[in-house]
Each structure stands twice: as C-alpha cells, then as structure tokens.
Design a protein around this ligand. Structure first.
Ligand code: FDA
Length: 304
C-alpha cells in the first residue's frame, strides 16, 4: 500500500515540477540520486556505462523521460537518443539503448513516435547497437505493441519489454515470439487494477518461470530483468540462465553484489543505466518497489 501511495503522489505534476525544477535540491540530494541515476548529463551516462563495460558487464542506457506532450521536446529526445548511439558506437560499446515511446512522440500520435523510432533504429543499426522499448501503463500497451510489431518487421535490432504481471501478457508473448526482437521480461512497475494484473506472489514468479521457459524453448533472445534472488535461483536450478541468447539484467544500483556473483559464475549479465533531468519519477519507483531504499538514500545524502 505504501508503494502504491508513493507512486501516486509522485505522479502529481506540481510536486514533480517543483522537485525537478528546484536548482537547490539536486546538489543537496545528488549522492542519494546517484546510487540509481548516473547523473543529469549524457557525459555522465556514457562514463557510467563505459566503466561497467570495462568490468565485463553488458550495458543498457536510457535517457529518462516519458509522457512528453510537446512536439519539440519529443524531437529533442529523439536527437538525444541518436547522440547516445553515436557516442556508444564511437567508444566501441556494443550496448543497448532503451526508450519509452511516450518520450519520443506517442502522446501526440503513433505515427510521430514511429517516425522518430525509425530514425533512432537506423542510427542504432549503423552503430551495431540494439534498442529495447520500455513497457508503460496498461492503457498504452496496445499502442506500444502495435508500433513494435511494425518496426520489428524492418529493424531486427529492436526489442520489447513485457510485463509478466498483466493477464494479457501470455497471449502477447505468443505473438512476440514470432518476431525477431529480444524480449525483456519484467514483473511490471506500474500500479494496475486487480482485474487485469497479478500482484507480487509465488503465482507471479511461477508465471515468470513459464514465460522464460517459453522464450528459451523457442530459442528466442531474452533478458531476464529482475532482482528477485529467490526467482533467479529457481531459474538457475532449472538451467534457464545459461541458455544461448539469455542474459540477466538489473537496474544500476539495485542488488549489485547479486549481479556480480552471477557474472562470476559465467552467466551473461547486463546493467541498466539511466541519466537525465527527469530523474525524479525514476527514483521514486526504485524507492516504492523496495521501501528500505529510503534509508540508503538518506544515508548517502548524510555522508555526502
Ligand atoms: P520484486 O519487486 O518482486 O522484489 C523482489 C526482491 O528484489 C525484493 O525483495 C528485493 O530484495 C529486490 N528488489 C527489487 N527491487 C528493488 C529495488 N528497487 N531496490 C533494492 N532491491 C530491490 N517495469 C515496467 O513496467 N516497464 C519497463 O519497461 C521496465 N523496464 C525494466 C528494465 C530492467 C532492466 C529492470 C531490471 C526492470 C524494469 N522494470 C520495468 C521494473 C520491473 O517491472 C520491476 O518493477 C522491478 O524490477 C522490481 O521487480 P523485481 O522483479 O526486480 O523484484
């Protein structure tokens, strides 16, 4: 209940605007934020992924943003993604760039999001970079899947995130398995009505295992994106972490020692790094899904 309340408060536009626009707040909270977000600039994002890549992790990088309603800001976001791709290419980092379609135009129209996505996908192909689309609230799922299905017929380097907690996801998975792009399995970060979703539970974990098995039986590229140690150990015991085209992916700053252990065992591991000035909602989600993070956050700030 605390998590859901926190996520709802965080979505209040006035609170969000005053926190993000405050010039004084960021320097004050910087150390706490930096555990989860590389920084506000592209340079900080690229430095963080370069460091992790040199340590033997695969990397994902996202310029944070969502629900962008101004066309010029959508264009700027699209250009920023292209710049990230070029810089990763120039640094010989064969990484993944991640984006939310509502950040690059979907709030205005699907065709705008598609045309921006196509430009980003072309740049990615030229630089040997993969893209993965984030999955957003359930009222956007149809639109996101439809854009993904269109783009993936042309650009096989584009993948998609699937939220295991939605009831509809089993039939979505069956369709996605027919397309070439990587499927990133997540439990789901958004608060959804009980009629359409499964809460955190053993039932949800079993479903996660079932989805993973389906991908692996179909030899489909998959990212196992969870920090749930119990679930990961179960997947490992079933031999589902070492299949070809399989990686375990975690958010930067969340359970780093667990990911390091998996890497040392020879499992392909990936760290998801974020940067940007829209850090606030991202940070609140990390605290909401694991409220103990509030103590770490405060300690980081005090020790700054
Ligand atoms: P779960 O929430 O079940 O918690 C299990 C355990 O994991 C906890 O007890 C704790 O030990 C640990 N843990 C989980 N979260 C933690 C945290 N923040 N800090 C410390 N420990 C934590 N969602 C979405 O809806 N759309 C998307 O596009 C994405 N994209 C995405 C990419 C990647 C790479 C990851 C890892 C996750 C996402 N997510 C996402 C988020 C995802 O849906 C989910 O909300 C979080 O991963 C938390 O769920 P878990 O399965 O990790 O663990």
């Amino acid at each position: 209940r605390f998590s859901n309340a926190l996520k709802s408060i965080a979505r209040n536009q006035e609170i969000k605007r005053s926190v993000q626009n405050s010039k004084e707040l960021y320097p004050l909270l910087k150390n706490g934020i930096n555990r989860f977000v590389a920084g506000q600039t592209r340079k900080e994002g690229i430095e963080r992924v370069s460091h992790l890549y040199s340590k033997g992790y695969q990397v994902s990088l996202e310029f944070i943003g969502e629900n962008t309603i101004s066309e010029s800001e959508c264009r700027l976001a699209k250009s920023e993604f292209i710049e990230i791709i070029k810089e990763l290419g120039a640094n010989q980092i064969r990484g993944t760039v991640c984006l939310d379609l509502s950040h690059i135009g979907m709030m205005i129209s699907s065709s705008l999001a598609y045309s921006h996505l196509e430009e980003v996908a072309i740049a990615a192909q030229e630089n040997d970079i993969n893209l993965i689309l984030g999955m957003e609230e359930s009222d956007k799922t149809n639109k996101i899947l439809s854009i993904y299905k269109d783009i993936s017929k042309i650009h096989t380097n584009v993948g998609i995130t699937l939220q295991v907690h939605l009831h509809r996801s089993l039939s979505d998975l069956k369709e996605l398995l027919r397309l070439p792009g990587k499927i990133r399995l997540v439990k789901g970060a958004y608060q959804e009505p009980a009629e359409i979703s499964i809460p955190r539970s053993e039932e949800l974990n079993e479903r996660y295992i079932e989805f993973t098995s389906m991908c692996i039986e179909n030899e489909h590229p998959i990212s196992i994106a969870t920090h749930d140690e119990h679930l990961l150990m179960d997947l490992k015991a079933r031999g589902l972490l070492t299949s070809l085209n399989t990686e375990v992916e975690m958010l930067d700053g969340v359970c780093p020692s667990l990911l390091k252990t998996l890497k040392e065992e020879g499992i392909q591991t990936k760290v998801y790094v974020t940067y940007g000035t829209e850090w606030y909602l991202y940070l609140v989600h990390r605290i909401a899904e694991y409220p103990q993070n509030i103590y770490t956050f405060i300690t980081d700030i005090i020790e700054q």
